[in-house]
Design a protein around this ligand. Structure first.
Ligand SMILES: [Zn+2]
Length: 546
């Protein structure tokens, strides 16, 4: 089939929750790269009778590009030999590009494999501003996916200085300038203040924050103040996606208290809390972990301004990659695995530790259970969307298995029996959760919900005007099998995947924002760069300033 300028997909069972369509047999019409309401009778047809039709998948939080991800690739040569990704032969007889897979696939393989699962949009969730150019170069080499990235703020020297001197307006102008100059999409905050302290040297125990009111250098600067400043900036700038928050104390027993305090600090304001599973543990610091998923999701359920993605842990190999340096230090010392730690001047950090989640390991089993509890106790799937924080909790290739766990209770219960039960006392999952996600709910948590939370008006739905990103599945009682191999995947009206075979690999689009700001801030920034940075102001950002 050549690129359809017009195509009527006929007879499929459509799940398009953004338009209130829940399993209705209807035609979907594509013209060029858009969905249209109607086509002439003689337009080409694709028979999808008996098949399931959904918008293309949208990943709200993934790590696929940038210097930190690239460090992870460099750290894992054993994955390159164990999972070579040979160049697929495209329909026109040309070869696509080769690469390697594993937990951190190379750029081209990332695009092909996401598309192979029916995903057509993904957000890289953490790019240090100084690495923006590199991240764009990698996204340029990641075909098919429309992609953007979140820019790391909240541990950067310039912002902390503005907070210390009460310059809220300038902090907002700076955030807006930074998003524009990096061609970023949203503000990302990782362990606010904690990463800045991690880079100060000294004893490891003093190089992190423990709660929202710990001072970060100046007593006027605290994690709470950083959260408030950036959430207010994101909302005042009317960014399509609110501030995207990785809370303090990731992975620590008892961190649910910090997570809830962070949410309450922003009550009434839009904010997105990411990989919530890693932040929903009860118990106390230094004592065993337990699940606090019930408390955390109860708050989310009651607060429509709050959204989250789960960050589900999946059993098997993973690679933890985060700006949260102190967390990676803990993980590296507790596992003895090889690791990388990078300080990014004036801005952020980066730590990487390969990791394997084993079902017989008590903590991994608890993490797996906590993620499922969050999903199964969520009242509003539009605000509790699917992620594994690829490749931190597991890779995106495990999404079909995760969907099966959500849709198939008997399979889930069978898996639950096999995991280490030591830390599961008090877990809602152990008490028995009968909920099974419907196709409509899966369509929400994997495409419609993330698109809405990201403010992507043309994504995640199949109404007229939407991007013609369409995934068609052959129904199968084994949901993992079904979601692993879509029958057809269309990206912007182009058939890219057919029965697991890559047919075409068009370039994706970049998703970026350019908010307005008072340009007076650049004079101050120039001075700051001259005094402190090793990179000149002119050479900073996604393209040189002219
Ligand atoms: Zn992440």
């Amino acid at each position: 089939m050549s690129k359809p300028t017009r195509l009527r997909i006929t007879g499929g069972t459509v799940y398009d929750p953004a338009n209130g369509v829940d399993g209705v047999v209807r035609d979907i019409c594509i013209e060029g790269d858009r969905i249209v309401a109607e086509l002439p009778r003689d337009a080409p047809r694709l028979d999808a009778a008996g098949m399931i039709v959904m918008p293309g998948g949208v990943d709200i939080h993934s790590h696929v590009a940038g210097s930190c991800v690239n460090h992870a690739r460099r750290l894992l040569p054993e994955e390159h030999t164990s999972d070579p990704a040979h160049a697929p032969l495209l329909e026109d007889g040309t070869l696509a590009r080769s690469g390697t897979g594993g937990t951190v696939p190379t750029t081209f393989a990332t695009g092909y494999r996401y598309a192979g699962l029916g995903y057509t949009t993904a957000m890289e969730a953490a790019v240090a501003p100084i690495g923006a150019r590199h991240a764009h170069a990698e996204l340029d080499d990641t075909p098919i996916l429309d992609a953007g990235f979140f820019v790391l703020l909240g541990n950067d020297d310039y912002l902390l200085r503005q907070i210390a001197t009460g310059e809220q307006a300038r902090a907002r102008d700076y955030a807006a300038w930074l998003l524009g100059v990096t061609r970023g999409y949203a503000i990302k905050i990782v362990n606010p203040g904690g990463v800045a302290l991690w880079k100060t040297g000294g004893a490891a125990a003093q190089r992190n924050v423990t709660g929202l009111d710990d001072p970060v250098g100046s007593s006027a600067v605290t994690p709470r103040k950083i959260l408030e400043t950036l959430a207010a900036a994101a909302n005042a700038l009317a960014l399509p996606h609110p501030m995207h928050v990785h809370c303090n104390n990731l992975g620590q027993p008892g961190n649910a208290a910090t997570t809830l305090e962070s949410m309450k600090a922003l009550v009434g304001q839009r904010a997105h809390f990411t990989h919530l599973q890693f932040h929903s543990y009860g118990g106390e610091r230094g004592k065993p972990w337990q699940s606090a998923a019930r408390d955390v999701i109860a708050y989310v359920n009651a607060h429509p301004e709050t959204s989250v993605d789960v960050g589900q842990v999946m059993f098997g190999p993973a690679t933890t990659v985060t700006a949260d340096g102190p967390v990676e230090h803990l993980l590296a010392t507790s596992t003895g695995r090889k690791w990388v730690n990078v300080d990014i001047e004036l801005e952020s950090g980066c730590g990487i530790v390969p990791y394997t989640y084993k079902e017989k390991a008590a903590i991994a089993a608890l993490q797996w259970a906590v993620g499922l509890e969050l999903f199964l106790l969520a009242k509003d799937p539009w605000r509790v969307v699917l992620s594994t924080d690829h490749p931190n909790g597991g890779t995106f290739s495990s999404y079909p298995e995760l969907i099966r766990l959500l849709m198939d209770r008997s399979y889930r219960d069978e898996r639950l029996k096999r995991v280490n039960q030591k830390l599961l006392a008090g877990s809602a999952l152990l008490d028995g959760l009968s909920r099974e996600y419907s196709f409509g709910e899966i369509a929400i948590v994997t495409r419609a919900g993330p698109a809405r939370l990201l403010g992507l008006a043309n994504k995640g739905h199949l109404g007229p005007g939407a991007d013609a990103d369409v995934t068609i599945y052959t129904s199968d009682a084994d949901r993992a099998k079904m979601f692993a191999t879509p029958r057809y995947v269309f990206k912007a009206g182009t058939l890219v995947v057919e029965e697991g075979q890559l047919r075409r690999a068009p370039a994706g689009k970049r998703l970026a924002v350019r908010p307005e700001y008072d340009t007076a801030v650049t004079k101050d920034l120039r001075r700051f760069f001259d005094q402190h940075a090793t990179v000149s102001f002119e050479n900073y950002g996604a393209e040189p300033v002219t």
